[in-house]
Design a protein around this ligand. Sequence first.
Ligand code: NAD
Length: 263
Amino acid sequence: MTKIAGAGVVVTGGGNGIGRAIARKMAAGGARVVVNDLDGDAAAAVAREIDGYAVSGDAASEAGVRELIAAARGHLGTIDVYCANAGIGIRGGPEAPDEHWLRAWDVNLMAHVRASRELLPGWLERGSGTFVITASAAGLLTMLGSAPYSVTKHAAVAYAEWLAATYLHRGIAVHCICPQGVRTQMLARSGAAGDAVLQRTAIEPEDVADALWDAMAVGRFLVLPHQEVHDYYVRRATDTDRWLAGMRKLQQQIERAVSGPAS
Ligand SMILES: NC(=O)c1ccc[n+]([C@@H]2O[C@H](COP(=O)([O-])OP(=O)(O)OC[C@H]3O[C@@H](n4cnc5c(N)ncnc54)[C@H](O)[C@@H]3O)[C@@H](O)[C@H]2O)c1
């Protein structure tokens, strides 16, 4: 039940894709928006368009998060809503180098821990604040071909749940966004698994921003822009072997697509 009109909102990774759509939606609802992105030009372009304020930089590292929040507070006075949206898609399995696993861990999870570490003391003191995490359906299910992504998005969902369970009664709202495919540059780079699993049902970034808006209006934690994810999530929990059998078929389908038609 977050009030957006007049609110001070920060969106990380707001220069493109889902973050840009969220920044636009919040600004259209009357929020004052700080747009962060590693890509300073992209952040500046979105900020110009929505009459917001751009802060370029890394929204994941400890120093980057601290600098972003200080700059946002300097501009907004108070941060009411923090959309921890920046994320990276890292492909591979155990063979992916540690460096890739650790970067996924940093951006897809620790960014949220570090931002909430900065924000919670003030929010708890005043008894309000809204923390939004853009996780993924991969955080409820899995993303074939991308173990570091799946694992760190599960961690992001777990952290969002923990925040909600711990602080809801103290006035903190938490929303966790879990879409499947969304037509952004990340989806375009997702390779054979993305083509086989995500493209057919992909939605627009604006659909994700609308779903978040609706969830904020009623105080719903889980934001599922793809309704079918609800059913997959139930199946995974209640009949895990059947769910895994379905995933195995998809994996085989991807392997056939990669190797091409048999000659
Ligand atoms: N596109 C999809 O199909 C999809 C599906 C589910 C979840 N998601 C999640 O949605 C979020 C947004 O993804 P998107 O599809 O809009 O991707 P995108 O690549 O289009 O945009 C992500 C933006 O985040 C920025 N960014 C990356 N790391 C950053 C960092 N450390 N600090 C600041 N900015 C950073 C990038 O420069 C980019 O502008 C991610 O968390 C992603 O995992 C995407």
